[in-house]
Design a protein around this ligand. Structure first.
Ligand SMILES: [Zn+2]
Length: 546
């Protein structure tokens, strides 16, 4: 794939566009990055950013192979896929059969704000009384910090949507990773001894490629000196470090605790927290500008998970600042996020911010109600089907599989039950696309889609889980022939990953690990799923009629 278009975007000078400032009811449809005047890169930093832009411009003209990391690859993906007329097929021809994504229902761009998302809210109380299927282990539940915790709603016979979200993002969410829970969930959710061995190998490989200061490079070969471990042309140590850290937490290696990775984790956190400035901003001035909110979200997730696991850690203030930065960066008109605070949103960046806010909530921090209301507004705006079963990168664009998987996961995070309008249909469409496009390696897509499928559960999960699990186990680089790369997932081996060669081996390995940790990384979102215990077709038919 050509990276030139994205590089061109990256190289654009900081020209202000009126569209952003005007905060129009219409959402800007231009695929080009837009710079927001409220960019926290104030006058003190704008010069540095302009210099960076110039430098990037030179690189673009001189070196076509200037690679972009995880963050920009996502944008590239979106830019490619969202071109009107080209549709999903043209934008990602290697993904396979587009299936339903070519037959989108009539687009509805009505921005009615009194109907923030065209889905029926979860029926009150519907899934509140269901028993928890996992052992009632609540070890290491973070202590409640009155200064950070929002108002906790009292028990009610009927829970509102907000209360449901509160419950799903509860403090105990990470207790699933404690030893007893982890073992039980691994079994009940469909993990295997082999998938766990793959996780162990991957963590070992990551640990072996940490730099002396506690950070990681997106190019691990430069750390270890073994070319086989891989490298990319761009660098974001903040992104690499956060990506590398998350699988350790996911596997139950917690900060400040004795264990094989205690030093790895603690030194990484010390480094990472130092990257959050007083305003809560993560990315340094010399980073490509459109990395900003992507990297910010990933770093925030890592710091918030660390805070949830050890609230008294020295990283907690940084986690709090970074989370507040996300809250303040949301566009107040469309409810989205993009590269810079206040900018009109896109679904890709939006999803990462919502994941980060979930982590903040798990860490006991308050996320304002208005943030959640605005988030639902964004999903309403970005839907590409009237039943909110499919989603686009931006309003008015065609639906894409990746954006649909990401947005449906966001709907789940925002409290939509599996039987909420469009959820069953959208999930089934993604599942069908996943299985139909499985020849094409796409870890970024699979990471989001696997979480969506796992939360959905039932036959949907039973269908997808063995496929993705066996595929990831098989694609891990192992054995003596792999040399120093053994334990990693590599972007070009055994085949080229859709975005991995741009994000590099740290991203590839982290996404592989996080996907294989899906069994226990979070508690199953819907503990019991009676509607999905029926046949999948029944669910589909009902939702299709919506
Ligand atoms: Zn190496």
């Amino acid at each position: 794939m050509s990276e030139l278009p994205e590089n061109e975007n990256a190289a654009k000078p900081d020209i202000e566009t009126d569209a952003t400032e005007a905060a129009p009811p219409e959402i800007a449809l231009s695929p080009d990055p837009e710079i927001d005047p409220r960019n926290p890169g104030d006058s003190a930093t704008s010069r540095g950013r302009r210099l960076v832009a110039d430098l990037v411009a030179i690189l673009v003209s001189g070196f076509v192979h200037l690679g972009l990391i995880l963050l920009s690859l996502v944008i590239y993906l979106s830019v490619t896929e969202k071109e009107p007329g080209s549709g999903f097929q043209a934008g990602s021809g290697d993904i396979g059969q587009p299936l339903e994504f070519q037959s989108i229902e009539g687009l509805d761009h009505d921005l009615r704000l009194d109907n923030a998302l065209a889905v029926d809210p979860v029926a009150d109380g519907e899934q509140i009384e269901r028993p928890v299927m996992v052992p009632e282990v609540t070890l290491r539940q973070p202590e409640v910090r009155p200064d950070l915790v929002g108002a906790v709603k009292p028990a009610e016979a009927k829970l509102s949507l907000e209360a449901l979200v509160e419950r799903q993002w509860s403090n105990s969410a990470l207790s699933s990773r404690t030893p007893g829970m982890k073992a039980a969930l691994l079994k009940s959710e469909g993990g295997t001894p082999d998938s766990e061995k793959a996780v162990a190998r991957g963590l070992e490989w990551l640990a072996a490629h940490q730099q002396k200061d506690g950070s990681w490079s997106l190019s691990p070969a430069t750390t270890c000196g073994h070319e086989v471990c891989g490298s990319v042309n761009a660098e974001s140590a903040e992104t690499a470090t956060a990506l590398a850290l998350l699988p350790f937490f996911g596997a139950g290696h917690f900060p400040g605790e004795e264990g094989p990775y205690q030093k790895v984790i603690d030194s990484a956190l010390t480094w990472l927290q130092s990257r959050v400035d007083k305003s809560g901003r993560v990315m340094p001035d010399n980073a490509p500008r459109h990395f900003h909110m992507y990297a910010h979200a990933i770093v925030t997730i890592a710091l918030c998970e660390a805070t949830a696991l050890k609230p008294e850690g020295a990283w907690a203030p940084a986690a709090r600042r970074a989370s507040q930065y996300i809250v303040s960066a949301q566009n107040r008109q469309d409810g989205g996020w993009r590269y810079f605070p206040g900018q009109a949103g896109d679904t890709s960046v939006f999803g990462w911010q919502l994941m980060a806010l979930r982590s903040a909530r798990i860490a006991g921090m308050n996320v304002p109600k208005s943030t959640m209301t605005l988030s639902r507004r964004w999903l309403h705006n970005a839907r590409a089907a009237t039943d909110s079963s499919m989603f686009a990168y931006m309003p008015g664009m065609p639906a894409t599989p990746v954006m649909t998987a990401e947005a449906l996961l966001c709907r789940q995070l925002l409290g939509d039950a599996p039987n909420a309008r469009g959820m069953g249909r959208g999930t089934a469409i993604v599942l069908r696309h996943l299985t139909g496009s499985f020849d094409s390696r796409n870890y970024y897509y699979w990471y989001y889609a696997t979480q969506l499928m796992h939360n959905t559960g039932g036959k949907t999960w039973a269908r997808w889980n063995p496929l993705i699990r066996e595929r990831l186990v098989a694609e891990q680089v192992t054995g003596p022939a792999a040399g120093h790369a053994s334990g990693s997932w590599q972007p070009a081996d055994p085949s080229t990953d859709r975005w991995g060669r741009t994000g590099g081996p740290i991203m590839q390995t982290a996404l592989g690990l996080l996907t294989l940790e899906v069994y226990y990384r979070y508690l199953p979102m819907y503990q019991v799923r009676p509607d999905l215990d029926k046949s999948e077709e029944t669910t589909l038919e009902r939702d299709t009629d919506d």
